[in-house]
Design a protein around this ligand. Structure first.
Ligand SMILES: Nc1ncnc2c1ncn2[C@@H]1O[C@H](COP(=O)(O)OP(=O)(O)OP(=O)(O)O)[C@@H](O)[C@H]1O
Length: 346
């Protein structure tokens, strides 16, 4: 779809999510006046859906619920149809809390802004009512954390090769085209469809970069944050290399089938800050893959690659050229899971 409204330039950066250090009240950076204006701007295109290349004014009453897909901290995602087009609709209740509202608007803005990126989940349009905001997206088959739970093992390296290309390209696109960093890279925000296409989603806590740096330390899931973002003594801003750390942790989790740190949340955060970063075993994975992960999981952000460097990494370059059928693999594993589930059923 075309970019329907632009929220760019307004300060939605200060949106701390999970407290890991003393911090101001979450709503401080997103003032009510800004949020109100942004909402008014967005409302102008409410109900305009772009389907099969045609823009049309849609009637919310024609949106039919099919099934719930899942719940996140901002709302619920459901499978719906609009005139026989299947979509995933994320419904987020409107709230008087300007921090929550700024998250909703940021998610909406980035997804609309990224209409031309094939590695970011596509948006058909949205509805803003007096009660909620509903974002209509293409419906993907699953997110990678659910997939890991279902298959109960790691994802094969050649599939991770294809997946890494899509995610690095999505992050690179956000950085170079819109000066945005995602700040919440993790398996639950990576989606896969039945034809094997991999896309990034969930931009509620994305941050606008000012001179390539973001300035709010606390947004995102702390378990995927780089040590520099968890350190309460570090008052510096951070850059996209913090997302590169999150990508490294995500790749280890996808390859091994489990999150690399254990213990209470406090233990895990201490380990991220003070222990040696996780590594992949060279007995189980190729040297190129192990090297890529090692480069992403460097304690000092300056030692991590940027996206241009990642795109030239031998692991990525190799998987750009080899034909890997993600669609077939996905169909096979889902088939195996269904057979196993049917066999285990009473
Ligand atoms: N376009 C989509 N197609 C299919 N499933 C989706 C789509 N968008 C989101 N989902 C799924 O819906 C569920 C809820 O997503 P949502 O983005 O609201 O929250 P989350 O990422 O799980 O959690 P949080 O927002 O707290 O980080 C997740 O399982 C997600 O994978």
């Amino acid at each position: 779809m075309d970019r329907d409204f632009g929220l760019g330039g307004l300060n939605l950066n200060e949106k701390p999510m999970i407290s890991v250090a003393p911090q101001p009240h979450p709503s401080r950076g997103a003032n009510n006046h800004n949020v109100h204006n942004l909402l008014e701007q967005a409302e102008k295109n409410s109900g305009v859906l772009t389907l099969q290349g045609n823009k049309r004014k849609a009637d919310l009453k024609e949106l039919e619920w099919v099934a719930d897909i899942g719940h996140g901290s901002c709302g619920t995602v459901s499978k719906c149809t609009y005139r026989s087009v299947t979509m995933a609709v994320k419904t987020m209740p409107r709230t008087s809390n300007s921090y929550e509202m700024s998250r909703i608007l940021m998610d909406l803005d980035v997804i609309c802004l990224s209409f031309d990126c094939p590695y970011i989940v596509r948006c058909f349009g949205y509805f803003i009512t007096s009660y909620d905001v509903r974002v209509c997206m293409e419906c993907m088959a699953t997110c990678l954390d659910r997939l890991l739970i279902r298959i109960k093992k790691g994802i094969p390296e050649d599939i991770i090769g294809k997946l890494s290309i899509s995610i690095v390209k999505a992050l690179h696109y956000l950085k170079t085209k819109h000066q945005i960093m995602h700040r919440d890279v993790k398996p639950s925000n990576i989606l896969l469809d039945w034809s094997g296409v991999i896309k990034l989603c969930d931009f509620g806590i994305a941050g606008r970069l000012i001179e390539s740096r973001a300035h709010s330390k606390t947004a995102g899931c702390p378990l995927y944050m780089g040590p520099e973002r968890l350190d309460p003594n570090n008052l510096d801003s951070y850059d996209i290399r913090s997302d590169v750390w999150s990508l490294g942790v995500t790749l280890v989790e996808l390859a091994t089938g489990k999150y690399p740190y254990a213990g209470s949340e406090f233990d895990m955060m201490s380990k991220i800050m003070y222990d040696e970063p996780p590594r992949l075993s060279r007995d189980e994975f190729s040297d190129d893959f192990c090297d890529l992960v090692e480069s992403c999981l460097q304690r000092d952000p300056k030692d991590r690659p940027n996206y241009d460097m990642l795109l030239q990494h031998p692991f990525i370059v190799h998987h750009e050229t080899v034909p890997t059928d993600v669609e077939e693999w996905f169909a096979d594993v889902m088939g195996e899971v269904s057979v196993a589930e049917a066999a285990a059923a009473p």
